[in-house]
Design a binder for this molecule. Structure first.
Ligand code: NIG
Ligand code: FE
Length: 408
């Protein structure tokens, strides 16, 4: 066998549902990598003969390997911050009050319109570095802080550039329908026309987005407006997803699931009909405990129903300056367990196998098995539950991305 490198003396949380043990675990395992992919994986005792003189062998000293983490919902390209709104909320204003008074998303939009690509890139790269140090190897980044063609394209270009200049893979999502910009006040329908007829074709022409998202909510776009954007996106050949049922239940989930959305995100106010629609259509539930925590929400997402209907649960940071300024995928594992009562195994599925499904990239990442990308992390832990249990002393010892050892 000629391999690029081999890992031995590791416990592997493959996250492969075809392996019946918890976490799809293989104890005392080994992984062989060639040409960016996993070419052999199994118990070390079964490792075939290979040329040990010419193949680098790494020893994990009995530590755990998991798939590289996937943060399937972020807004990490933005300018400025909203610490002032944080203070306002602590003096009694609500997130919705601030949004209706022209703050919230719109204040970040103003900062982003003014910022140039270089400064957006620099701040976003620092955030991406922070996620990468925690073992993230794939991230989704949304636009949505431009709300005019040139600025939306700018944010998406920055996100695409980040992916080109960083070992972390970036999946981009066009979220032009994130809020109603001041120029279109009381003309949400006209803004939606603009998103569909002017912005989307340019996004497609420049290949700037892998998916399209909409904020379907009382303070953003209604059901019909959201549906129009998703239908147009689907016709343009893009994957679709939706922010919905975050602050109220307006039926966005049923609509998006029936259109074949890869995911519906937030969903604190989701009911059984919505969960059923997700289950029927293979739509993932993206849980965002950082936003729940930071906005001090009390309505919990319907975890028991999601389990009952076998809807894949995803855990993501939603990193953004307004509702979740917490740039840590690892902390989300802990919050998903403490706030939403996921098990540590469900939480880890939420940033690996299920996160890949939410992005429609499950054929190449999210699970460790032969044929998948060699994206994995070595963790200084004795049980996989430790990843969700504790936070603050980063246990990520080594990241391998597309077969390469990453120095960071
Ligand atoms: O996912 N819900 C809509 N969008 C973001 C918040 C964006 C912001 O407040 O800047 C979210 O929570
Ligand atoms: Fe979000």
């Amino acid at each position: 066998m000629r391999w690029d490198h081999v890992w031995i003396d590791i416990n592997i949380a493959t996250m492969d549902s075809e392996i019946s043990s918890a976490y799809g675990a293989i104890h005392q395992g080994a992984i062989a990598v060639k040409d960016n992919k996993i070419v052999w994986l199994g118990a070390q005792n079964d490792l075939p003969q290979f040329d040990a003189l010419s193949t680098p062998v790494y020893r994990g000293k009995g530590k755990w390997v998991t798939p590289g983490l996937i943060d399937a919902h972020t807004h990490l390209v933005f300018a400025g911050n909203r610490a002032n709104e944080f203070e306002m909320r602590l003096q009694g204003a609500s997130y919705e009050d601030i949004a209706r008074a022209g703050g919230g998303i719109i204040s970040t939009v103003n900062a982003c319109r003014e910022a140039d690509e270089a400064s957006l890139f620099d701040s976003a790269r620092k955030r991406l570095n922070a996620l990468a140090k925690e073992g993230v190897t794939t991230v989704e980044i949304k636009s949505g802080y431009g709300l005019e063609t040139a600025s939306e394209l700018k944010l998406l270009r920055v996100a695409r550039e980040l992916g080109k200049h960083h070992h972390v893979d970036v999946q981009t999502t066009f979220l032009g329908a994130h809020a109603i910009p001041a120029q279109y006040q009381n003309q949400a329908d006209a803004y939606i026309d603009h998103v569909i007829n002017d912005m989307l074709p340019q996004v497609v022409a420049e290949n700037l987005a892998d998916a399209v998202d909409v904020f379907c909510e009382g303070i953003a776009f209604n059901l019909e407006q959201s549906e129009r954007v998703l239908v147009a996106a689907k016709q343009a050949g893009l994957k679709i997803k939706l922010h919905s049922e975050q602050l109220s239940n307006i039926g966005g989930t049923v609509m998006a699931a029936n259109l074949g959305a890869k995911s519906v995100d937030h969903i604190e106010y989701l009911d059984e009909a919505g969960v059923q629609a997700m289950s029927l259509n293979g739509t993932c539930a993206v849980l965002l405990p950082g936003a729940f925590y930071f906005l001090r929400e009390t309505q919990l997402p319907p975890i028991a129903l999601l389990r009952q209907y076998n809807v894949p649960m995803v855990v993501a940071s939603d990193f953004n300056p307004g509702s979740s300024p917490i740039c840590s995928t690892q902390l989300m594992l802990n919050m998903a367990c403490t706030l939403f009562k996921l098990t540590p195994e469900e939480a880890l599925q939420g940033v690996t196998v299920n996160a890949a499904k939410a992005l429609g990239i499950e054929d190449s990442v999210g699970v460790l098995k032969v044929g998948m990308a060699a994206d994995f992390c070595l963790w200084d832990i004795n049980t996989p539950a430790e990843l969700a249990y504790s936070y603050g002393v980063n246990p990520c010892q080594q990241v391998v991305k597309a077969g390469k050892l990453i120095q960071q």
